[in-house]
Structure formats: C-alpha cells, structure tokens
Design a protein around this ligand. Structure first.
Ligand code: WTA
Length: 692
C-alpha cells in the first residue's frame, strides 16, 4: 500500500518538475568560430557509431593509441559482463601519455603547477622533464621490488608529484589507487586494506585555504587502520612539499617512513623501459561510494580506458596540442584521472578571493576550462562580475559532477565564457571511465540544465522499475542504463565480482549466463528523463549516495562513522538541499538508554564523521531524536527524515510502527508551526530511501 502511494507521488513529481523547468530552456548555438576549429564537426560521426556497427566502431578509438603489439579482438564477451576491450594486444599507458610525445613536444609544458600561495612561482614541467622524473621514479619503485599487478595506495594532494607517481606506476603495470587527499587517514586505511597495498605514497603537507596542512599525520592513521584490518604497510614514501625540507610536525617512523627525495638520489638519470603490458590489464583502482558501507574499488583497464579518455578528450573537450587546458577537479576523483592533461592547481579556487581562477587563466592563457557546478555556484556568489576584469578567452568549458541549475549555467555561459565559449555538460561516473552523455560541442546546440544526447557509441535507455522502456518525450523519469558496453567501462569491482554483477546488472539482466552483450544493460545509478528532442536531463542518484559538491558519499559510510561514538544507538543520514554544494548530509541519531542528550555528543558525532571519512562529509546539522521513525518490520524510514530536513510535508505516516515520533522530530527540526514548502522536492531527494 505504502509503495503504491510512493510510486504515484514519484510520477507526479517528475511530470510537474518537467512542466515547470523544461519549457523555458532555449538552445544556445556554438559559434561559427568554434565550429570552424573543432576536432569533431561532422554530424555523420554518429552514423559510424550506431548499434549495428558495434563494437567495431570503437576501433577508431584504439587507433588513437600507440600499441606495442596489435590487439586481436575488439570486444571479448566470453566472461560477460566482465568485458575485455581490445583483447590480446600489448600496450603501455605511460608510454602513450609521455614517451610518444617527446619527439614533437619535448620542450612543451606537459603540466603547469600553480601553488595556492600567490607569491610562489608557477612550476612548468616539460614533456622531457616529465619523462626524466617518471623514469627515475619508476626505477625507484622497481628498486623497492614492486612489479606489474601489485597495488600501491597514494594519499596525495594536488601537486605535480601526483601525476608523476601515477605515470611511473603505469610504466611498470603497478596498479595505483589514489585516495582523495581530503579524505581522512582512516578512509585511506580502509582502502589500503581493500586493495592489499603494502606501500603508501603520501606528501608531508600541502596548502589549503591559507594553511599548510600537516598531511603526514593522516599517513600514520592510515597505516594503523590498515593494520587493524589485517593489511600490513611496509613502507610509507613521503614526498616533501618543499624538497629538502620537512613541512609536517608528525615525526617520521624509522624503518617505515622514507623521504621520496632522498631515495630518488640513488636513481638519478635512470631509465626504465615501459613494459609491454596486456591490453586488458588493470591500470588503476578508484574507490567510490555505494549502497553498502564498504567502498568499492572500480577497476579500470589499460587499453580500453585509455582509448576512451583519449578520444573523448579530443572530440568532446576539444583539446589540441596548442591549447592550455585547466581542469579544476582534484586528481583524487575520476575526473582528475581521466581528464587532467595540461593544467594543475593546488588549492581552493576562491583563495584568496573569487578572482583567483580568472587571474590564473589570464596569466597562463588558459583556453579550455573544466569545473563543477559547486565551484560555479560559489564563484558566482562571491564574485559575479569578477570574470569581466580579466582578459582570458575560453573557447570551451565543461561542467561535471552534478546537475547544474539553468541559472548557474547561464552565468557560466554569459560571464565566465563571455558568450563565446561553448559549454559541455558531461554526465558520467567513476565506473564509466569517461563521458556518457554530452553534446558534441561543434555539432549540437546546448540546452541549460541538460547534459545533452549520448556520446558516440553510447546507447542509453531509460527503464522503469519493471524493466519497461520509458520513451523520450513522455515526461517520465526512470533508471538510466547503457545498452552496450564501451571501452571506458570499469572491468570489475576489485576483489568482488559478485558485487559488480549485482550492482550494475542485477536489476535488468534477465539471463545471468548470457555471453551476449545485449543482455547486459549497465545500470548507471541515476534517475533521468529524456525530452522529445533526445536530450537527457539527469535527476541524481537513485541509490543511497549523497552527491555533496560533486563528491559521492555513501550514507551507510556516514552512518557507520556515527556508530563509532559509543553513546550512539542508531544513525540515519539524509540529503538536504544546499545553495552552494547541491546536497549536504544531515544526521539523525538516537542515543543509548540512560545517556543524556548533549552538545558534547553532537560534537563527537561530527568529529567521528570527519575522522572516518573526512571534512567533506561534515553534516549540516546533527539531531538527537527520541527514536527513529520505523516501519513495522523495524526499518528506519529515511524518506520521512529527508522530507522533514527539507522542510516538506512528511506524507502519510500512519502505517509506521511509531507515527508519534515523526511529529516530535518534525517540531524539533521545523518548529511548532507547519512551515513546509509547497514546491516539489528534487527527484533524488523525493526518491531517497524509498526502496525500504
Ligand atoms: C553525478 C563524477 C548531472 C551523477 C564524474 C553521477 C552528474 C555521479 C553529472 C557520479 C552531470 C556527474 N549532470 N549529474 N553532468 N556528472 N553527475 O563517480 O549523479 O564522482 O552518478 O563521477 O555524479 O559521480 P562520480
């Protein structure tokens, strides 16, 4: 009964939302100037990527790479849905990113590092220097006994040493797992354990918001956490933010911790041949949040992944050798892995003021700019007219990570792009390696708030709960899936084949034994609607994941962090709308009998979340409630809490085991008077916790 009501509500919500949002959005056309220079301007490209040409259409992507030995099969489906792209070949990712550029671009900057402190000079690293540094580091890693297939965890900030270390691993086939630098030591430790790394690579410190953070302290916690979970870390290699000087207070642990720069001395000038690795070997792991508390390591392949990001960088981001490309994402997230090539920046974009990005863009001559809605909202709020003061000129801009409001989009277009730059709204995720839906910037018109049609060779379909297709223009939302595999798709979840199959294919695969890719639509985990013109609008996650400022946080992870506080009996985390960050978590906790509610407990909960996950997961508010609203079978009704937190009506709660508590919590959060807002909840929040 309760389910029926919810279903009905959901349909009404999506239709109402579309009616409100949809009709006013107009198309914006790319300029003739942009079109004339674009890498991909032939609309017929899509004819080459129709499903009847699949999978051979993707040979064009593999051709963009340099191979040591050619591949034999475009797509090997023998172990479906564990796809092997371009199987049977030999290749090296580091060779493709570094070595093959030497002859032509040796003296050109590969990376430009901009430090957060304004006074520090930029550091420009040419391809030749990059080659030298990557080789020395590869020699060092080899010297430590690491070999292809071993895993190494990094917990690095945004510094040039990070891509250097990644590329050195790739040269030897060592699987790297970079944990976002802003995550806590504990979060890093559990990822070390899951990946089975014996080595942690970190940096002593880095700048953030004007403070030189002691980052080495996190390494000690990470190693301890991994140890407690049963994974011994033998060595911690510590880069120095200022080479030759130790910038952290935490002491080095003798025998375990080693300064990278000191060790590197032994490998000066050494070269390491890039290994000819199997094309379907693993390149890296990227941990991401899912429905359970355990983070999942998305495993990406060497050849398929590299081919996909190379092709999409060229065609969608429109990157050419003479461009200066700046992607604001942190390399610790998938966007940074896939789409950081030429530009780097250490700190926060609004430090010391909201004009900083535009000054940097002007000084470096940046012409391709890549950022996220949360940064766009923040820069707009703090300095709406700042971009006008600077003489940079962007030809193309990207937004990624969460849906962008048409208002914010228009500011990005008018002010940041100066009505000249095209915008690509690229929709994709950690698991997909590269873009799924986006406009092709010289071919399609832009529409604020929609990511656009699918990228070449990507064939989305929206299914309802029963597996029936939802047609375009119907105004109904559903679960967006991709009908076919593509080269950038993850290979598996590290160490958990079953979870991979269950999470991404469990709902819509009807024949688990099938070796035919047509039986395995990939469920992306987002709700979406497709307008009559074929453009997709993404509504947000459908699982228990909260997208905070474009970063995926698992509610279960946050809840288990709360339970590490001894006084807490139960915890429930829900997403709340936030003007800048999109969504932020709010926490409800019930305390154990006999314990008095107090501010101290609230503080301990916040501290626990920061320690277990990181400051990024800091909740907006923590409420100590007398009891959680529960179904008769004892399940916490997160949906009810989400409605309360977002100042909405809770709906019918009479079927709950304890309906009275709902009103108590409502008064605690919203006050005595009914002040709920009438406008509809965004779809992801409306659907939140519904599966229960
Ligand atoms: C969301 C980031 C709307 C989406 C690349 C997805 C977006 C999750 C967009 C993946 C976009 C990403 N429009 N929503 N352009 N891009 N998302 O794994 O909900 O960190 O499932 O990868 O971000 O986040 P992830």
């Amino acid at each position: 009964m309760a389910k029926e009501v919810e279903k009905q509500e959901l349909t009404e919500v999506s239709e109402a939302q579309i009616a409100v949002h949809w009709k006013e959005e107009e198309y914006y056309q790319p300029s003739e100037k942009f079109k004339a220079q674009a890498n991909m301007r032939d609309p017929r490209i899509f004819e080459q990527f129709t499903l009847d040409k699949f999978p051979d259409c993707f040979k064009a992507y593999a051709d963009m790479l340099t191979w040591f030995e050619p591949y034999r099969t475009v797509l090997d489906t023998s172990d479906a849905p564990f796809w092997k792209w371009f199987a049977g070949g030999k290749i090296n990712a580091c060779y493709n990113c570094v070595d093959r550029n030497l002859a032509k671009y040796g003296n050109k900057a590969a990376f430009i590092f901009v430090a957060e402190p304004d006074k520090e000079p930029d550091v420009s690293i040419t391809y030749q220097e990059l080659y030298d540094r990557v080789n020395e580091l590869a020699a060092l890693l080899r010297g430590l006994g690491l070999k292809a297939g071993d895993r190494v965890t990094f917990h690095m900030p945004m510094v040039a040493e990070l891509p250097i270390t990644m590329l050195a691993c790739a040269r030897l086939g060592i699987i790297h797992s970079q944990v976002f630098g802003g995550f806590s030591g504990q979060a890093c430790g559990s990822r070390i354990q899951d990946s089975g790394s014996r080595l942690l690579i970190t940096m002593d410190s880095y700048w953030r918001n004007g403070t030189l953070v002691d980052h080495k302290a996190n390494a000690d916690i990470a190693v301890q956490t991994a140890n407690e979970l049963g994974q011994a870390v033998e060595k911690v290699l510590v880069w120095q933010r200022y080479p030759g000087k130790y910038s952290a207070k935490t002491p080095m642990v003798p025998g375990r911790d080693v300064f990278m720069n000191e060790l590197l001395g032994q490998y000066k000038g050494q070269n390491v041949e890039p290994l000819a690795l199997p094309s379907d070997g693993a390149l890296f792991l990227m941990y991401s949040s899912g429905t359970t508390g355990k983070p999942k390591g998305a495993q990406h392949s060497i050849a398929g992944y590299l081919a996909y990001v190379t092709a999409t960088s060229k065609w969608v981001l429109d990157i050419d050798p003479e461009d200066i490309y700046w992607c604001m994402a942190d390399i610790g997230w998938i966007t940074g892995h896939s789409y950081i090539v030429y530009g780097m920046y250490e700190g926060v974009p609004t430090f010391p003021d909201a004009g900083r990005p535009w000054r940097i863009a002007e000084r470096l001559g940046v012409n391709i700019f890549h950022t996220a809605p949360t940064a766009i909202r923040m820069l707009r709020k703090l300095g709406p007219q700042e971009p006008r003061k600077y003489k940079y000129r962007f030809k193309s801009m990207t937004t990624v990570g969460e849906p962008i409001e048409p208002e914010a989009w228009r500011w990005y277009y008018d002010e940041v792009g100066k009505r000249e730059a095209v915008i690509t709204d690229t929709w994709w995720m950690t698991e997909t390696g590269g873009f799924l839906c986006t406009t092709m910037p010289a071919i399609h018109a832009m529409k604020p708030g929609s990511c656009g049609p699918a990228a070449p060779g990507i064939h989305p379909v929206i299914y309802d709960e029963t597996g029936a297709e939802i047609l375009k223009g119907s105004g109904k939302a559903g679960n967006i899936c991709i009908r076919n595999p593509w080269p950038g798709i993850m290979q598996t979840i590290w160490g958990d084949r079953d979870r991979y199959v269950k999470t991404y294919f469990g709902k819509y695969n009807k024949n688990p034994k099938s070796k035919d890719w047509r039986d395995w639509p990939f469920m992306c985990g987002d709700g979406a609607v497709q307008a009559a013109d074929g453009y997709y609008r993404i509504l947000g996650r459908i699982d228990d994941v909260i997208n905070v400022a474009g970063h995926r946080l698992g509610t279960k992870e946050i809840e288990s962090a709360c339970l590490t506080v001894p006084e807490i009996a139960e915890a429930a985390v829900v997403p709340v709308q936030d003007e800048l960050k999109g969504r932020v978590p709010e926490v409800y906790v019930a305390i154990k009998p006999g314990v008095q509610p107090s501010q101290a407990i609230v503080d301990r909960v916040i501290k626990a979340i920061e320690e277990v996950i990181g400051k990024i997961a800091r909740p907006k508010r923590v409420y100590i409630v007398p009891d959680m609203p529960k179904t008769r079978s004892g399940k916490i009704m997160r949906r009810v809490l989400a409605a309360i937190s977002n100042r909405r009506d809770v709906g019918d709660v009479t079927t709950l085991a304890n309906p009275d508590v709902v009103e108590q919590i409502r008064i605690m959060v919203q006050g005595k008077d009914i002040t709920t807002r009438r406008e509809e909840l965004p779809e992801d929040i409306a659907k939140f916790g519904q599966v229960e």
